[in-house]
Design a protein around this ligand. Structure first.
Ligand code: GLN
Length: 496
C-alpha cells in the first residue's frame, strides 16, 4: 500500500517505528496534491517548501529523542477559516485578500504542537456560508467521487482533500452542518464536537453561538485522534468548556454497541429524502440492531422548526460579526483615493469584497435584529432553540444516542442549487438541531445510494459532552460495514 492510502494512525505508527520519515510522508502527499489538485481544487494555498520544512522539524525532534504524540509527522489539510501566521487566511472571501493574521488560532497552534504537518489551507464557502463550496470567491471544489458534483460545504475543500487522498486528515468547522454534510457526501467521517469542546479562538467568526471546529478523516479512529489533538479547554475562548475532552480515542477503539439504546428520529426521513439515502439509513439501523443495540423510534417535534430558527439566528450573528470588515483593518480597501469619506470607502469595499450569499445573510440578519422586528424574529428563534434543546433532553432520557440520515440527498450537481437558496439550505435539515442545542454529532459512511452510486452518511447524535458515544457507535458501524464491504467504503477516489 502506498503512503497516501494509509490511515493517520498507521502513518503515525510507521514514523514512530522509524520505518518512514515525516519528510517521505509529506512528499508522498505533496505529489498526490500536484497530481489531482487541478481536478479537485481542494486547496487555496499550498507551499511545498514550507511543508517540507515542517516535516524535517518533526524528523529532527524525533531524532533528538523527543517524546512525540500519535499524530506527529502526519499531514493535515487546514480549513482556510482558521488563522495561520505563516499562510494567508481568506475565509474564502475577497475581502480578506492579502491579509496575514497576526496570530495562530488555538486549533492551528495545537496542530503544530502535536507535530502535525500542515499541507495548506482548504477551500470553503465564503465565511463558511453554504453547503456546496460554490460560494467560495475562489471557485468551487469538486467531489472526488464525481467531479461534476459538489463536495458539500462549507468545508468542501476539507472533505474533498481527504476523499481524494491528498491528506489523511483535515480540519473543518460546523455551524449548521458544515463538517457532517461534506463528510456524508464524500464518503468520509466528520465530527461536530460538543459546542465549546473545541476552541473558536482564531476561527473567523460566522455565528459565534454555533461555530464549532472539528475533524475529518477516512476512519473513525483517525477522527478521534485528531479530535483529541486539538480539542479541550482554552482560556482564550470565553465559551470554551473547562472540562476534560471526553474519552473519544478509547471509545473509537471500543467500537461496540451491545445494550446501547439507539433512537431513530421520527421527524427525519419522510418526504423529500432520496430513496437510496433512506434505504442505506434503514440498513444501518438494522445493522445496529443486529449488533445488539436496542432500537426505538423517538419523536422530537420541534426539530421541524430548526431550519427556520437557524436562518434567523445564524444570519443575525453573521450581520454583527461581519461588521468588523470595515475596509480599515483587514485586507481589501476599495476607492481610497483621498476624495472619499471613510463611509464611502467602507461601502465600496464591502460591495466589492463580499459575495451574494454573504450579502444576503447580512441583510437577513440586520432585518431580523432591527428594532420592532427583534422579538418577532430573533426572539422567537431563540425560543425555538430552547424547545429543540428540550427535545434532545427528553430524548436522551430514553436513549443513549439518536440517529438519522446526515443529509436528505447525496452530492448534487455543481450549479443545480446555486440560484435556489432554499434548496441549498435544505442540505442541513438533519444537522442543524445539534448546532442549535450544542450537542455532539458525527457522520459516518453507510454505503452508496442505488440511484447514483454516491455515498450516504449516517448521523449519530449524542448529548452535550457525550462525544465519546458518537465515536463508539460510529466505530462499531464502521467495523461491521467494513467486513460487509470487504474494506473501507472509500478504497480509491473513484473519479481520479
Ligand atoms: N450550510 C449552512 C449555512 O449555509 C451551514 C454552514 C456551516 O455549518 N458553516 O449556513
Amino acid at each position: 500500500m502506498s503512503l497516501i492510502h494509509e490511515s493517520a494512525a498507521e502513518l503515525g505508527r510507521l514514523m514512530a517505528a522509524g520505518e518512514v520519515s515525516a519528510v517521505e510522508v509529506a512528499q508522498a502527499h505533496l505529489d498526490r496534491i500536484a497530481e489531482v489538485e487541478p481536478k479537485v481544487h481542494a486547496f487555496l494555498h499550498v507551499d511545498p517548501e514550507a511543508v517540507l520544512v515542517q516535516a524535517r522539524a518533526v524528523d529532527e525532534r524525533r531524532a533528538a529523542g523527543e517524546e512525540l504524540g500519535p499524530l506527529a509527522g502526519v499531514p493535515i489539510a487546514h480549513k482556510d477559516v482558521f488563522t495561520t501566521v505563516d499562510m494567508p487566511t481568506t475565509a474564502g472571501s475577497k475581502i480578506l485578500e492579502g491579509w496575514r493574521p497576526p496570530y495562530d488560532a488555538t486549533v492551528t497552534r495545537r496542530l503544530r504542537e502535536a507535530g502535525l504537518v500542515i499541507l495548506g489551507k482548504t477551500n470553503l464557502d465564503e465565511f463558511a456560508m453554504g453547503s456546496s463550496t460554490e460560494n467560495s470567491a475562489y471557485g468551487p471544489t469538486h467531489n472526488p467521487w464525481d467531479l461534476s458534483r459538489i463536495p458539500g460545504g462549507s468545508s468542501g475543500g476539507a472533505s474533498a482533500s481527504v476523499a481524494a487522498y491528498q491528506a489523511p486528515l483535515s480540519t473543518g468547522t460546523d455551524t449548521g452542518g458544515s463538517i457532517r454534510q461534506p463528510a456524508a457526501v464524500t464518503g468520509i467521517v466528520g465530527m461536530k464536537p460538543t459546542y465549546g469542546g473545541s476552541s473558536r479562538y482564531g476561527l473567523i467568526a460566522f455565528a459565534s453561538s454555533l461555530d464549532t471546529p472539528g475533524p475529518f478523516a477516512r476512519t473513525v479512529l483517525d477522527a478521534a485522534l485528531l479530535h483529541e489533538a486539538f480539542s479541550g479547554h482554552d482560556p482564550m475562548d470565553s465559551t470554551s468548556i473547562a472540562k476534560p475532552v471526553p474519552p473519544v480515542v478509547e471509545a473509537a477503539r471500543q467500537a461496540d454497541v451491545a445494550g446501547l439504546r439507539v433512537g431513530v428520529v421520527k421527524e427525519f426521513g419522510g418526504e423529500g429524502y432520496q430513496p437510496g439515502v433512506l434505504a442505506r439509513f434503514r440498513e444501518a439501523v438494522d445493522l445496529l440492531e443486529s449488533l445488539g443495540a436496542k432500537v426505538v423510534e423517538v419523536s422530537c417535534p420541534s426539530f421541524e422548526y430548526a431550519l427556520p430558527a437557524y436562518y434567523l439566528i445564524a444570519p443575525s450573528e453573521c450581520s454583527s460579526n461581519l461588521a468588523r470588515f470595515d475596509a480599515m483593518r483587514y485586507g481589501l480597501r476599495v476607492g481610497d483615493d483621498g476624495t472619499r469619506s471613510a463611509e464611502e470607502v467602507m461601502a465600496l469595499t464591502r460591495a466589492a469584497g463580499f459575495g451574494p450569499e454573504v450579502k444576503r445573510r447580512i441583510m437577513l440578519g440586520t432585518y431580523a435584529l432591527s428594532s420592532g422586528y427583534y422579538d418577532a424574529y430573533y426572539g422567537s428563534a431563540q425560543k425555538v432553540r430552547t424547545l429543540i434543546a428540550r427535545d434532545f433532553d427528553a430524548a436522551f432520557h430514553q436513549v443513549d444516542v439518536l440517529v438519522s440520515p446526515t443529509t436528505p440527498t447525496t452530492a448534487f450537481p455543481i450549479g443545480e442549487r446555486a440560484d435556489d437558496p432554499m434548496a441549498m439550505y435544505l442540505a442541513d435539515l438533519c444537522t442543524i438541531p445539534s448546532n442549535l442545542a450544542g450537542n455532539a454529532a458525527i457522520s459516518v459512511p453507510c454505503g452508496l445510494a442505488d440511484e447514483d452510486g454516491l455515498p450516504v452518511g449516517l448521523q449519530i447524535m449524542a448529548p452535550v459532552l457525550g462525544d465519546d458515544r458518537c465515536y463508539r457507535v460510529g466505530a462499531a458501524v464502521e467495523k461491521a460495514f467494513e467486513s460487509r464491504w470487504g474494506g473501507p467504503l472509500l478504497k480509491e477516489a473513484p473519479a481520479l
